[in-house]
Design a protein around this ligand. Structure first.
Ligand code: PMP
Length: 384
């Protein structure tokens, strides 16, 4: 049983972290609101959500804004646009709000892909934009990641002839790996200006390595660059639906014609406004994610499982690393990822779906310390 394998000290530290944060009241969902989730016994580590929830200031802002529900949100959308422009040091006309960053991806596909304009993406990566491009009848060209899980930008560049859009997810979902910013900026200088480049920075705030930087400052000199951001991850607002992109005004014009009016609702807007004014919550969320992730990694190390170094709030564990041909594991063969997903689910732990490009890897969101304890216990039992 994993309980015997897990070091007592690691787990008491893991549990202590959660207790300290809950006691500080900084993470409201650690106490009360979590109980209202659809299944309070299920440990959901499948969607890369932020288990600590929104900033207390965002919750307050929403409670204080019920009386605004009858109005269309135009003025508030303008306020948020201004606030995001200031936050990112760009003019307001370079910001487009979306109903989650998912809407930004959809608008990018609608505006810049089609029959004669293919899309080039990494493999594996977050596939939503490719799905939307497929609906627009665009060819989807998938380029495998490098052996160290960066986007293979040389090969992606070579595939851009006739491409309307290139999608670079950084950090990448599902691998939680980064593509160094020097490589992304060099790609931008080489790709045709008629090919749009969509850089998805949904997990930006979790990254701690200096090799990665946001490419938002490059929008000024690259009219073909779109950078997508979301309030669903570090800001803990996945259920509210708010995202945005930074890009030059002409691109916004081309994207907006595909967007419904007022696509971001007033509750999401007031929560986002309050969230950007609470940078301490972001820093604390990143710190806690890193601490819990470190402890999970150390437990996986002691159990003998390899994993891809994670720069986000989820990670990929290689199930074959313990049971591969050169190991002294007693299994006849590596258990398949779908079978482990199903077995974990029976024990009340939901993890990510299988990714065909990386068939031996399991994607697991970094939850709270107690959720990760449940995961590690269930993982030990089903892999044992
Ligand atoms: N981009 C990436 C890389 C994601 O992983 C996700 C959601 N998991 C999204 C965009 C969409 O997020 P949302 O629509 O909630 O902003």
């Amino acid at each position: 049983m994993i309980d015997q394998t897990l070091s007592r000290r690691s787990f008491s530290r893991l549990m202590g972290l959660s207790a300290a944060y809950a006691a500080s009241g900084s993470f409201p969902l650690a106490n009360s609101t979590r109980a209202a989730s659809p299944s309070s016994t299920l440990v959901r580590l499948s969607s890369n959500e932020n288990p600590y929830g929104p900033s207390p200031a965002a919750l307050r802002a929403m409670r204080d804004s019920f009386h605004l529900a009858w109005r269309y949100p135009d003025e508030y959308a303008d306020l948020l646009t201004e606030e995001l422009a200031t936050l990112n040091s760009v003019p307001a006309e370079q910001i487009l709000l979306g109903d989650g960053s998912g809407e930004i991806l959809k608008l990018s596909a609608a505006a810049f892909t089609g029959n004669d304009k293919k899309i080039v993406i990494g493999n594996p990566t977050f596939e939503a934009v490719a799905r939307h491009a497929g609906v627009a009848n665009a060819e989807v060209v998938k380029i495998d990641l490098t052996s160290d899980y960066r986007h293979d930008l040389n090969r992606m560049l070579a595939a851009t002839n006739g491409a309307g859009l290139v999608y670079i997810c950084n950090p990448n979902n599902p691998t939680a790996s980064i593509t160094p910013s020097t490589e992304v900026s060099s790609f931008l200088t080489k790709v045709s200006p008629t090919t749009m480049v969509l850089v998805d920075e949904a997990y930006h705030h979790y990254v701690e390595t200096k090799e990665y930087e946001s490419v938002i400052p490059l929008v000024k000199n690259h009219p073909n660059l779109i950078v997508a951001r979301t309030f669903s991850k570090i800001y803990g607002m996945a259920g509210l639906r708010c995202g945005y992109c930074v890009t030059q005004p002409n691109n916004i014009k081309l994207m907006k014609v595909h967007q419904i009016f007022d696509s971001v609702n007033i509750m999401a807007i007031v929560a986002a406004l309050a969230s950007v004014k609470d940078p301490a919550h972001v820093a604390q969320g990143r710190k806690l994610n890193t601490e819990v992730k470190r402890l999970v990694c150390s437990e996986l190390d002691s159990l003998g499982y390899r994993y891809i170094p994670s720069h986000a709030n989820f990670m990929m564990i290689d199930l074959s690393s313990k049971c591969g041909p050169s190991s002294n594991c007693s299994h006849a063969a590596t258990p398949t990822v779908p079978s482990i997903i199903a077995a974990l689910s029976k024990r009340g732990v939901e993890v990510g779906r299988p990714f065909p490009a990386l068939p031996s890897f399991l994607r697991v969101t970094i939850g709270t310390s107690s959720e990760m304890k449940s995961f590690l216990n269930a993982f030990g039992a089903v892999m044992g």
